[in-house]
Design a protein around this ligand. Structure first.
Ligand SMILES: Nc1ncnc2c1ncn2[C@@H]1O[C@H](COP(=O)(O)OP(=O)(O)OP(=O)(O)O)[C@@H](O)[C@H]1O
Ligand SMILES: [Mg+2]
Length: 574
């Protein structure tokens, strides 16, 4: 292990021009958001398209124009509140809420963080930019409200509070969230595996909830996903939702092209296209990829040609799930039930509550268990020197392997490669049974999760033998596997950190100071000889009454002084 670490640290930090990594980085049009930020060209946000609207009076009668009407599932009803006075020329929104700040804007409207004067709680209120153009436009906008209103409460769905229309504008009041997932991803370019799993589980539960209610979201993207203060992920913005029970498919609109499933270009959205959008969302969050909205790179993602470098350091299972969701053929993609495994989202949630980062590996569980059984039950394993079933007596058994090898202490609590290298080089332990190695390699493929989530596997104990040497007592063979897995994990973390460091060093730009150059440049440290006073001039003062005084001589420039001297000398000569 120590040799491995040393050999890794000796790796060159530059990328060879002929290496595949160079080709991946420089020939692929795909890049991460971080890389994009480092390039001088900054992306400007596209200006918002504001369509001109017909005058309100041509669309509405006077009565509709001024009265705020609450939208309910059975129609509209007049809205009242102790804080609302219809005689005041302010809207219901302005009278009933204290507007704290604007928190976002989208194609539909502006979103404000407000405090309700009724219950003194904070909410988000989305106000449409445009007034309703006609009844079809109004019906289309109310569809978002209707769908949201129909949804029963769910932890991972932004909660609907109330909606009303006033003066041709639609207002939607919802629970207030902290920020959108997009803003979180823009700030955090490397999100930990644990957080990615948390986001994924929350979103999966939300999408599963919608799909089981026969709704297609049709616009799943980080901008429409919200995070609460407690880091609960919630799906919001039901503007494009399609109710399959109401045969709304024919009126479906395309969502954001960056997250769009390929089949939707020429067809209609489906539950599978939602899964695709969820896959792209997870791809963006996990790899920090700057997603293309069109062009070759758009197709590259949809053809499964994502460069390998984007998945470096990403949890293998996350990668597997993302690639599964991004399959080109809709029928090849998993359903939400497939993703959450046989035991469903509830079980995933229970596991997640126990703070396990491996919550969604339920579907792998049985598979991994059988693979593990296969390893332990294999003839190779049976031929091992030591007994797989371990008892306190057998721990003392002299039939343990006696050959020794140096042991890596990298998972020691206070281990540091530089500080302890020499001390630990003296320590030796039992040799690792070689035939376990294939088992270990397979374990790295996924058994790690199984082992880590299994509490009964205790860590190896350290024993001091008669000679004073430290040895490891393997309570069970799993302990050895677990130990190797931990070492592997540490090695990967160190490798990633080194890479990130060298990345950062590559990108350090030396700036020239633009203001205040160093003093040395302005006033070079050259000792000027002290001015030599020509006292002969004083003598010549009497002879030449029009010449300057001594004071004047010191103040003049050296050129004029020379002239004075010359004049003096010439006077002397005369
Ligand atoms: N409940 C909320 N809590 C906090 N912020 C919110 C909330 N709802 C919306 N926002 C903010 O407002 C932005 C726009 O919201 P939303 O997506 O609902 O509007 P939209 O007009 O439908 O946008 P688009 O159609 O472009 O997706 C979000 O990206 C988010 O930053
Ligand atoms: Mg939105």
């Amino acid at each position: 292990m120590k040799e491995d670490l040393l050999s890794q640290s000796a790796e060159p930090s530059f990328i060879s021009l002929s290496s595949p990594k160079f080709r991946e980085v420089f020939e692929s049009p795909l890049s991460t958001k971080r890389e994009k930020m480092r390039t001088p060209m900054q992306r400007r946000t596209a200006p918002r398209v504001v369509k001109t609207v017909p005058p309100m009076r041509s669309v509405y009668g006077r009565s509709q124009e001024f009265r705020p009407m609450e939208i309910t599932l059975t129609g509209t009803k007049s809205l009242s509140s102790p804080h609302y006075n219809p005689m005041i020329r302010k809207t219901y929104f302005q009278q009933n809420f204290e507007i704290i700040r604007k928190i976002g804007e989208g194609s539909f409207g502006d979103v404000f963080c407000v405090r309700s004067l009724e219950d003194h709680r904070n909410y988000a209120v989305k106000v449409s930019i445009e007034v309703f153009r006609n009844t079809t436009d109004r019906a289309k906008k109310l569809r978002e409200v209707e769908n949201h209103m129909r949804l029963p409460k769910h932890t991972n769905i932004v909660e609907f509070v109330k909606s009303w229309e006033e003066k041709g504008r639609l207002y939607i009041q919802t629970e207030l969230c902290e920020r959108s997932l997009l803003s979180y991803c823009m700030q955090n370019h490397k999100i930990s595996d644990k957080t990615i799993w948390k986001i994924f589980v929350d979103l999966l539960l939300a999408v599963d909830f919608l799909h089981s209610n026969d709704l297609i979201h049709d616009d799943i993207k980080p901008d429409n996903i919200f995070l609460t203060k407690n880091f609960v992920c919630k799906l919001g913005d039901f503007g494009l939702v399609i109710n399959l029970q109401k045969d709304e498919l024919k009126n479906a609109e395309e969502g954001d092209s960056k997250y769009l499933a390929p089949e939707v270009l020429n067809g209609r959205p489906s539950k599978a296209s939602d899964i695709f959008s969820l896959g792209v969302t997870m791809l963006e969050a996990a790899t920090d990829m700057d997603l293309p909205s069109c062009g070759d790179s758009w197709h590259q993602i949809r053809n499964g040609q994502i460069p390998e470098r984007f998945f470096e350091g990403i949890d293998k299972d996350i990668r597997y799930l993302i690639e599964w969701m991004l399959r080109g053929e809709p029928s090849a993609r998993p359903t939400t039930k497939d993703l959450s495994g046989e035991q469903g989202g509830a079980a995933a949630r229970r596991r997640q509550e126990r703070h396990s980062p491996f919550s969604l590996r339920l579907e792998f569980y049985e598979n991994l268990k059988s693979r593990r059984d296969a390893i332990y039950g294999s003839p190779d394993f049976a031929r091992l020197d030591h007994t797989p079933i371990h008892t306190p007596d057998s721990a003392k058994d002299s039939s343990r392997p006696t050959s020794r090898m140096s042991y890596d202490y990298s998972d020691d609590e206070h281990y540091s490669v530089n500080e302890h290298q020499d001390d630990h080089s003296q320590r030796r332990l039992f040799e690792e049974p070689k035939s376990l190695l294939p088992g270990y390699l397979i374990a790295d493929d996924g058994i790690s999760s199984y082992l880590e989530s299994n509490e009964e596997h205790s860590p190896p104990r350290r024993i001091h033998d008669a000679q004073g040497d430290v040895r490891i007592d393997f309570d069970e063979n799993d302990a050895l596997l677990k130990m190797r897995l931990r070492q592997e994990k540490l090695r990967r973390i160190e490798f990633r950190e080194r890479e990130a460091e060298s990345d950062d060093n590559d990108n350090i730009v030396a700036y020239k100071a633009m203001s205040c150059p160093p003093v040395r440049k302005v006033r070079p440290l050259i000792r000027m000889p002290p001015p030599v006073l020509d006292f002969t001039m004083l003598d010549s003062k009497n002879d030449a009454p029009d010449s300057t005084t001594n004071n004047n001589i010191t103040r003049r420039s050296s050129r004029s002084r020379r002239m004075v001297c010359d004049a003096g000398s010439s006077a002397d000569e005369a």
